[in-house]
Design a protein around this ligand. Structure first.
Ligand code: ZN
Length: 514
């Protein structure tokens, strides 16, 4: 059959229908996983594993369906291809990218990796409990070798310079390790300098103003009040969100059904408070994707870094600001029957912004957080370049924690084994966290120029305009652009850590009077 404009349209529509099926299946998978974390009775686990395995097998078959490959070939070779719109071409590009990634990896490698992941996670939990890296090391080594094999294959598919770059591309498309190294080394110097000034300052926060007992039901009311402020609807008849409890907070869903989770520790009310703000930042992104693109490959977020830029914006840039607490502290006081009655604004804001070198990434403050990430990136890069061996990781890790943060790691559970990412085989994931912070600084800089009243509005309890700005400039673009192109489009700049560094310096020099 001759390839015409008509066959192009027909093939494109068939391709999109297949992409739609995959999208619907993906959401079903997320929902089944969400249920496992939030509602499933303990005995359901065996049955649930079967369900999840079957769904993921169906998803793999759909994504690697040879029919998809044929359609892609026909579309790309159609003499009328150039008549497709930018948006349609992007959809084709995204399907092609996913198809190539999934089909070029041999099935044996995929299966072996999945098995080794399950083993490594199980052994990691035991080794972490036993504070014994030597138990974990051989299993991590095997998993690393499998990911390296995948990286070498993906390197050919993605045409990257190194295997590690191919893995980075899975999380942060087209951001290269050399570029990250350059940006991170600039960031590292500035962070260490801010950290030293804060630590040396005579003005230190009084943590007793936040370390107070708040019953879980009161914390739930605080979460609802935060959701109202952020316009994340969990209450109305037409609500598209909900909050449940899990050990580790997360967000799942798209468009009209986006759910977050948190945990309520009675002695640590700040923990759920900021986790709710963080996850709401993720949720708002998903809810404000372009509705016209729902079910299309471009109708998803732009990737891990931009996602984190949104959660960190809400959690830190808004949630730890004096403007927000001018509005919210009176509410907090009235929701907690005066547990915080004696607390004044300045002391409270300083306490929630305490800067202190620590061993654990997830507990780190805004200044030290990226140092934790930079350490992980430097280690991953060295690992893939063959400069460090898996067995040597604790030594390298501990030395870097001493050099950058000045902390002594006493055992590997609070050191190299603290995160689940490597045990899960997610090499290349960590940099996105720090890139997200950098992007949030660049977005803030632009927001300050285009909506200079936004901080005043926060004082008045109005997040609407800032949220709309993010929706219009970030969320609504979906996956139309790769992160680097989107950043350029929104801010006119490449990845640039200066704005984030300036933001931190302005904020912390005031708090710590340096
Ligand atoms: Zn996050």
């Amino acid at each position: 059959m001759a390839e015409t404009r008509e066959t192009l349209t027909a093939d494109y529509n068939t391709l999109l229908a297949k992409a739609r099926d995959l999208f619907v299946l993906g959401w079903t998978q997320s929902l089944v996983s969400w249920d496992m974390e939030t509602k499933m009775p303990p005995r359901g686990i065996a049955l649930r594993s079967e369900q999840l395995a079957q769904l993921s097998q169906i998803g793999y078959r759909m994504a690697t369906d040879p029919e998809v490959g044929k359609l892609l070939d026909k579309i790309e070779k159609n003499p009328n291809y150039e008549t497709l719109s930018e948006l349609e071409k992007r959809n084709v590009y995204l399907v092609r990218k996913n198809y190539d990634e999934q089909t070029k990896l041999p099935e044996k490698l995929v299966v072996d990796t999945a098995k080794q992941q399950a083993i490594a996670i199980d052994v990691w939990k035991k080794a972490k409990a036993a504070k014994n890296y030597s138990l974990f090391s051989p299993e991590l080594e095997k998993l690393f070798e499998l990911r390296k094999q995948a990286a070498e294959i993906l390197m050919g598919v993605k045409k990257t310079a190194t295997p590690y770059d191919a893995l980075l591309d899975l999380f942060e498309p087209r951001v290269l390790s050399d570029q990250i190294a350059k940006v991170f080394s600039e960031l590292r110097g500035s962070l260490v300098s801010i950290l030293q000034k804060c630590v040396a300052s005579p003005k230190q926060p009084d943590l007793s103003v936040i370390q107070r007992k708040v019953p879980a039901n009161n914390q739930e009311e605080i979460s609802k009040e935060l959701a109202r402020f952020l316009e994340y609807d969990i209450e109305s008849k037409n609500a598209g969100g909900r909050i449940d409890t899990t050990e580790h907070p997360f967000t799942t869903g798209y468009y009209d059904d986006v759910r977050i989770t948190t945990h309520y520790y009675e002695d640590l009310p700040a923990s759920s408070l900021f986790s709710v703000m963080h996850e709401c930042g993720h949720a708002i992104y998903e809810q404000n994707l372009n509705r016209d693109w729902m079910y299309q490959p471009i109708g998803v977020s732009s990737g891990y870094g931009f996602h984190e830029s949104q959660s960190r914006f809400v959690e830190n840039i808004v949630g730890r600001s004096p403007e927000f607490w001018t509005h919210f502290l009176p509410k907090l006081k009235s929701l907690t029957s005066n547990v915080f009655a004696d607390v004044d604004l300045d002391r409270f804001v300083h306490a929630i912004n305490q800067v202190r070198p620590s061993k654990i990434r997830v507990e780190a403050d805004e200044v030290t957080y990226c140092l934790h990430i930079i350490i992980r990136f430097e280690i991953e890069k060295a690992l893939f370049e063959g400069k460090v061996k898996v067995a040597e990781l604790p030594g390298v890790w501990n030395q870097k924690y001493m050099d950058y943060l000045g902390v002594k790691i006493e055992n590997d559970s609070e050191g190299v084994m603290q995160d689940t990412h490597w045990a899960s085989g997610y090499f290349g994931y960590f940099p996105s966290y720090a890139l997200g912070n950098i992007y949030s600084g660049q977005l803030l800089h632009k927001l300050d120029t285009e909506l200079p009243s936004w901080r005043q509005q926060i004082i008045e309890g109005n997040f609407h305009d800032a949220k709309q700005w993010m929706a219009k400039n970030v969320h609504s673009y979906g996956a139309l652009y790769d992160p680097v192109d989107m950043l350029k489009k929104i801010t006119g700049e490449e990845i640039n850590p200066t704005h984030y560094i300036n933001y931190l310096n302005t904020k912390f020099s005031k708090l710590y009077e340096y």
